[in-house]
Write a protein that binds this ligand. Structure first.
Ligand SMILES: Cc1cc2nc3c(=O)[nH]c(=O)nc-3n(C[C@H](O)[C@H](O)[C@H](O)COP(=O)(O)OP(=O)(O)OC[C@H]3O[C@@H](n4cnc5c(N)ncnc54)[C@H](O)[C@@H]3O)c2cc1C
Length: 352
């Protein structure tokens, strides 16, 4: 053991972890935030260069410090990272970077939080490692020729990474459509698209108000996942926000090909045709959760920890920032505050 025992260790120092840290500081707890990255805001900075948030300033505030930008502004990833850095400085939050946690073990006294250089003891642990862990790529990617450049959307930064020739974007969510939009702006490149072309897309502004203003008005972001309407929202396909799907799909150089079925060397087999000219592939095919490093944790059918609003089945172990942890807003910048505030009140009851 190379550290004293903390009341709380927070694993993950992005929006979810920082929101909890804000409350721990207010409660005068002895705590430490651990993050595997080498920079505060790293999870945002690692996303593609042209990323603009789909939530405008007024929906990006963490507890205690407003996002400093004009109302209606859609920040870049750098602005988000800078906001986190200011947040850490303002509340003097103790963040230890370059500390990837590889295991959490329950002990008689609390927990052992293990990283490659040692073990940290804590009475309680709050896991804030984000909603997205292991990039998922369909198994057929291993059959594709090594001459074809392949990357997950997690590693996509800009079109400058691509080699000459046709491209393929797989995945019809927000990321897939945003990347398809960017790559197909160069009309000299044919870009195949494998994914749902029948998705609902919602513009960022309706009648002069942001979509989040409307979502807030109708309560879309605050339905509990345990309510009837919350269950329906949770199980329905999410619309694509702020990307004009129809316009992108109408571009002459964008060719929808249906689902990707298989691949063999240069040839990819799609629902509608087989193509052998693809030189670049971006897999915007989502992520799988990874909580296997937490000993004794019960997972649900989707691989997420069983919990009620962040309180897990292991005494002293908490979660924050999981997708739909309580509402649609749980894994968003503006929504994590409510969950953090609830969890803080639960924590204060336990330790009173
Ligand atoms: C492309 C994209 C665009 C998005 N746009 C928006 C938007 O416009 N508005 C919005 O509100 N939301 C948006 N989101 C959703 C959400 O706000 C982000 O995913 C956000 O990054 C989640 O924050 P988080 O703190 O829960 O986790 P993350 O940002 O994923 O951060 C987790 C932190 O934990 C650290 N970590 C992970 N594992 C370990 C470990 N084992 N040990 C130590 N440290 C660890 C990581 O280094 C990281 O710093 C977007 C998501 C994506 C993927």
């Amino acid at each position: 053991m190379n550290d004293s025992t903390y009341d709380y260790v927070v694993i993950g120092g992005a929006q979810a972890g920082l929101s909890m840290a804000f409350h721990l500081k207010k409660m005068n707890k002895n705590f430490l935030i651990l993050d595997g990255g080498n920079e505060v805001g790293g999870s945002w900075l690692s996303r593609w260069d042209s990323l603009k948030l789909f939530t405008s300033t007024e929906y990006n505030h963490l507890p205690g410090l407003k996002f400093d930008a004009p109302k209606g502004h859609y920040p870049s990833k750098i602005e988000v990272a800078n906001y986190f850095k200011t947040y850490v400085a303002k509340f003097d939050l103790p963040v230890r970077l370059n500390t990837l946690i590889t295991a959490v073990k329950k002990t008689e006294e609390g927990f052992h939080v293990i990283h490659k250089d040692g073990t940290i003891a804590a009475q309680n642990v709050i896991v804030a490692t984000g909603p997205f862990h292991i990039p998922y790529t369909p198994p057929c990617h291993t059959k594709i020729s090594s001459d074809t450049l392949q990357m997950h959307s997690n590693n996509y930064k800009s079109t400058s990474q691509l080699q000459d020739g046709d491209a393929l974007v797989v995945g019809g969510g927000d990321s897939g459509y945003q990347i398809l939009n960017e790559i197909s702006k160069d009309s000299s490149r044919t870009v195949y698209f494998s994914g749902d072309t029948n998705v609902r897309s919602i513009p960022q502004q309706i009648l002069g108000k942001t979509i989040w203003w409307w979502f807030t008005l109708v309560g879309f972001l605050s339905y509990s996942k345990y309510s009837w309407i919350g269950k329906r929202l949770n199980s329905s396909t999410q619309p694509v926000i702020g990307t004009d799907v129809k316009e992108i799909l109408s571009r002459k150089n964008v060719i929808p090909v249906g689902r990707t079925k298989d691949a063999l060397k240069e040839t990819l087999f799609f629902e509608s045709q087989n193509i052998s000219t693809i030189k670049n592939i971006v897999w915007a095919t989502g992520y799988r959760p990874n909580f296997k490093w937490i000993e004794g944790l019960e997972l649900d059918a989707n691989g997420y920890p069983k919990n009620y609003r962040g309180v897990s089945n292991i005494t002293g172990l908490y979660f924050i920032g999981l997708p739909w942890m309580h509402t649609r807003g749980s894994a968003t910048l503006g929504g994590v505050s409510k969950d953090a505030s609830y969890l803080a009140s639960e924590i204060s009851k336990v330790n009173d």
